[in-house]
Ligand binder design. Structure first.
Ligand SMILES: Cc1cc2nc3c(=O)[nH]c(=O)nc-3n(C[C@H](O)[C@H](O)[C@H](O)COP(=O)(O)OP(=O)(O)OC[C@H]3O[C@@H](n4cnc5c(N)ncnc54)[C@H](O)[C@@H]3O)c2cc1C
Length: 442
């Protein structure tokens, strides 16, 4: 156990969610010799692709390098929204919110929310789905004004059911005056990410689809009219390949690797709080986030006894000794009531950012891909998997706006994000300056 007063004696350096479902490679399924489609990566994206392919009678196999659920899908904050962050810049480039493309993306993102909501209901997935909305705190007064400017668009294009909450009424949303007011998004939910994962996995297995753990794909080559896919546990011949590796995209697909930037996100779970305290902090049980460049996101645990608090404490992987104190301090800045509250879990996972801040699906060199959740992938990767499957099965009656030919890269980026620590420091500094300016002028 790490040293320090903030660590609970029962501290574990792994996701709180794994108490309910732990990634597993038990019941190892052999890699079959042939299939119609091979899906690389068994996260939400890969499993949703498999489910939808099966629905349309297309035989497939899912190949996972590690235990099932090893990737981001069992590590997230579990906030589910329909596109609030679409096109919000990470690299400085932002989508023009008034453009037809932005409107189309938002409409499809709203569809992503409907897709996951329907899937959870249809498959009877017991994952603490709660449609309690989201509050996005404004870091500065300027941010509040810019949020207010997006409300009509979000309501119109994405049926987000948004409205602004001024600073004087912020305590209706959270027991804190930390932000300059913010935006409520009623059409948003939260779930238990690992139980949602387990539910998808169970649904896939119930249909007899092979999901092969510990089968890292090391090579994909053209073979006859299709592909030969080489895994650590044997080769498989298929007609089509789907790459669903998101923040874990590697040298297998160098062309895709240089289009996504893997950024580490870190989370802590607190110990159980005294009766009623957690619920009083976030009275409407919404998920919370903010408009900082180095954003934070937080919520209550499904039993409403703990706070789960995440953010980019560092932009790269780092130990709990480094990240947990930073996150605990950020949490206590928002909720002074949690000063001294101990941490029982701290963990990290990779999210995949794209250079245009938009998730992408499409084809590269004949292989399908769905990549680039930009930190909001619970609904989105489920949706892009479903859409990719519909495209392969040729049942999509229209192409969605995430399926665009232009998946930008940058001549100075080849897949090694060496610049992330510098960007992280620069963003933190700019956040601090913005906030100081806002506080001085208020
Ligand atoms: C800490 C954290 C917090 C987050 N919070 C939220 C949130 O609150 N709300 C939200 O909407 N999103 C959130 N996200 C993002 C969300 O979790 C992801 O977008 C989503 O889970 C991605 O799903 P996926 O299937 O695309 O990828 P993953 O679940 O990451 O799965 C990709 C899989 O591909 C496998 N793989 C890679 N290479 C190979 C290979 N060569 N062969 C075989 N397998 C391979 C990996 O092992 C991995 O298991 C968060 C992410 C993190 C890390």
């Amino acid at each position: 156990m790490p040293n320090g007063a903030i660590f609970h004696p029962d501290f574990k350096p792994e996701p709180f969610w794994w108490e309910a479902y732990r990634p597993s490679a038990d019941d190892l399924v052999d890699v079959p010799k042939t299939a119609r489609v091979a899906i690389v990566g068994a996260g939400y994206g890969g499993l949703a692709t498999a489910l939808e392919l099966h629905r349309h009678g297309v035989e497939c196999v899912v190949l996972e390098a590690r235990e099932l659920g090893h990737g981001a899908s069992t590590r997230s904050g579990g906030a589910v929204s329909g596109g609030v962050n679409i096109g919000k810049s990470f690299t400085g480039k932002s989508l023009d919110p008034a453009s037809d493309r932005a409107r189309g993306l938002l409409t499809d993102a709203a569809d992503a929310f409907s897709t996951i909501e329907r899937l959870v209901a249809e498959e009877n997935i017991d994952c603490s789905w709660q449609k309690t909305g989201r509050f996005v705190g404004a870091w500065t007064r300027k941010h509040y004004a810019s949020q207010a400017g997006r409300v009509a668009m979000l309501n119109d294009a994405a049926q987000s059911e948004c409205y602004m909450v001024p600073r004087e009424r912020q305590r209706e949303e959270m027991a804190s005056d930390y932000y300059y007011g913010g935006m409520v998004v009623e059409r948003a939910a939260c779930l238990h990410p690992a139980l949602y994962y387990k539910g998808l996995l169970d649904a896939v297995r119930r249909r007899g689809i092979a999901v092969c753990a510990m089968a890292p794909v090391g090579r994909i080559v053209r073979h006859n009219d299709g592909w030969k896919v080489g895994t650590g546990r044997g080769d498989i011949e298929v007609d089509e390949v789907v790459i669903a590796t998101n923040g874990y995209t590697g040298d297998l697909t160098p062309n895709l690797k240089r289009r996504v930037i893997p950024v580490a996100s870190h989370i802590i779970a607190t110990e159980e709080l005294p009766e009623g305290l957690a619920a009083s902090l976030i009275p409407k049980k919404r998920t919370l986030s903010d408009t900082r460049r180095v954003l934070t996101y937080y919520r209550l645990s499904p039993d409403h006894k703990r706070v789960i608090f995440g953010g980019r404490a560092r932009f790269t992987a780092a130990s709990p000794e480094v990240t947990a104190p930073v996150l605990q301090a950020m949490m206590a800045a928002r909720f002074p009531q949690l000063k001294g509250t101990r941490v029982t879990h701290c963990w990290t996972g990779n999210v995949a950012f794209t250079l245009d801040a938009v998730p992408h699906m499409g084809q590269d060199d004949g292989m399908h891909y769905l990549l680039g959740c930009n930190g909001s992938g619970v609904a989105m990767m489920t949706y892009l998997g479903t859409q990719t499957a519909r495209k392969i099965a040729r049942v999509a009656n229209h192409s969605n706006h995430f399926d665009a030919e232009d998946f930008p890269d940058h001549p100075l980026y080849g897949g090694n994000p060496w610049f992330l620590p510098a960007i992280g420091s620069w963003y933190r500094l700019r956040d601090t300056i913005d906030r100081m300016q806002a506080d001085w002028t208020s």
